[in-house]
Design a protein around this ligand. Structure first.
Ligand SMILES: [Zn+2]
Length: 284
C-alpha cells in the first residue's frame, strides 16, 4: 500500500489497532495470520503451508543441543577494519549497528554441547547480523569450531546461512574459504563426521566452501542455495533458468544436496547420522 493511501484512508493505523504488534506474523507464502506463540512452538514453521521462517541462533542452539549443555566459545571476538571503510556507511558503524541490534559481536555463534548425550561441536550462523556475511571473525570462529572439535574427537554440526563474503574485508574475507576448508580436511582425516545444515539463504563464498563439504549435506525445504545470483547467471549464460533453480529440492535432484529435511525432522536425523558415523569410527 502506498504511503498516500495509508495517509489518506488511515488503513495502517486501524490495522495496527486490531493486531497488536509482535503477536501475529503473516506467512509470506500462504498469507495465513499465525499467532507468534504457536509459531515458536512449531519451530518457526507455518502450520498451514510448511513455510520455514528464519530462525535465530538461540533457537538453533535450543533445537540441537541438550538443555543447558551449550558452552559458547569466543563470543567476544570482533572484526578489525582492515580496509578502513569510512563515512556514514563505514564498516565500524555498520558493525556497531548490527551488534546493538542483535546483542552479538558477529554473525556466528560456536561452541560445544551435547546432542542426546553425545558431545558435539556446534555452530549457528545468523542471517540477522549483516546477512551472515563471512569476514575474518566468522571464518576464524568456524575454523576454531572445527579445530577444537578435531582435538576433542567430536563431530561438527553447523547451521549455515549467508549472503556471501563480507566485502568490507576484501581478501581477508576470501581467505576464509581456504582456511575453513583446510580445517575440515584435517577433521575428516581423523574420521570425524561433519554435517552442515543449509538454511535459507546459503550463498556465494560460504556455499563454495564449508557449507558443501559435509559428509552428509542436509538442507531445509525451499532454501535458496547457490554461488552467484540467478540474474548474474542468466546474463552471463544468456539462457532461461529452469523452474525452482537454486532451491534445495532442485539441488537434491541434481545431487548437490543429500537430503531436504523439514525442520521438525532435523534433530532426530542428525542424531541417527552422527551415531552411525561415530559407531563406524569406533566399532564396539
Ligand atoms: Zn504459510
Amino acid at each position: 500500500m502506498s504511503s498516500f493511501f495509508a495517509r489518506r484512508f488511515g488503513f495502517n493505523r486501524s490495522r495496527k489497532k486490531d493486531i497488536p504488534g509482535g503477536l501475529w506474523s503473516k506467512c509470506p507464502s500462504c498469507a495465513e495470520m499465525l499467532y507468534q506463540e504457536d509459531l515458536i512452538k512449531n519451530l518457526q514453521v507455518c502450520a498451514s503451508c510448511g513455510h520455514h521462517f528464519p530462525m535465530g541462533r538461540e533457537q538453533r542452539i535450543a533445537m540441537f543441543c541438550d538443555p543447558e549443555s551449550f558452552v559458547e566459545w569466543d563470543a567476544a571476538m570482533v572484526s578489525e577494519d582492515p580496509l578502513e571503510f569510512t563515512g556514514t556507511d563505514s564498516y565500524v558503524a555498520k558493525l556497531k549497528k548490527n551488534q546493538e541490534k542483535t546483542g552479538y559481536a558477529d554473525a556466528v555463534s560456536i561452541g560445544k554441547g551435547t546432542l542426546e548425550g553425545m558431545p558435539i561441536g556446534f555452530g549457528a550462523m545468523d542471517f540477522s547480523f549483516m546477512a551472515a556475511s563471512m569476514g575474518s571473525v566468522v571464518g576464524e570462529k568456524i575454523t576454531r569450531l572445527i579445530e577444537n572439535s578435531t582435538e576433542e574427537d567430536m563431530p561438527v554440526v553447523l547451521v549455515c546461512a549467508s549472503g556471501g563474503a563480507r566485502m568490507y574485508e576484501g581478501m581477508l574475507s576470501l581467505m576464509q574459504l581456504a582456511k575453513t576448508s583446510g580445517a575440515l580436511a584435517r577433521h575428516a582425516e581423523k574420521g570425524l563426521p561433519y554435517i552442515p545444515i543449509l538454511t535459507h539463504p546459503t550463498t556465494a563464498g560460504v556455499m563454495a566452501s564449508f557449507a558443501t563439504l559435509g559428509d552428509v549435506i542436509v538442507a531445509e525445504p525451499q532454501a535458496l542455495i547457490g554461488f552467484a545470483g540467478p540474474r548474474v547467471i542468466k546474463e552471463t549464460t544468456l539462457q532461461d533458468l529452469p523452474e525452482g533453480f537454486q532451491r534445495s529440492e532442485f539441488l537434491q535432484d541434481k545431487g548437490l544436496i543429500d537430503q531436504v529435511v523439514p525442520r521438525a525432522e532435523l534433530r532426530p536425523l542428525i542424531v541417527d547420522l552422527l551415531q552411525a558415523f561415530m559407531a563406524a569410527r569406533n566399532p564396539a
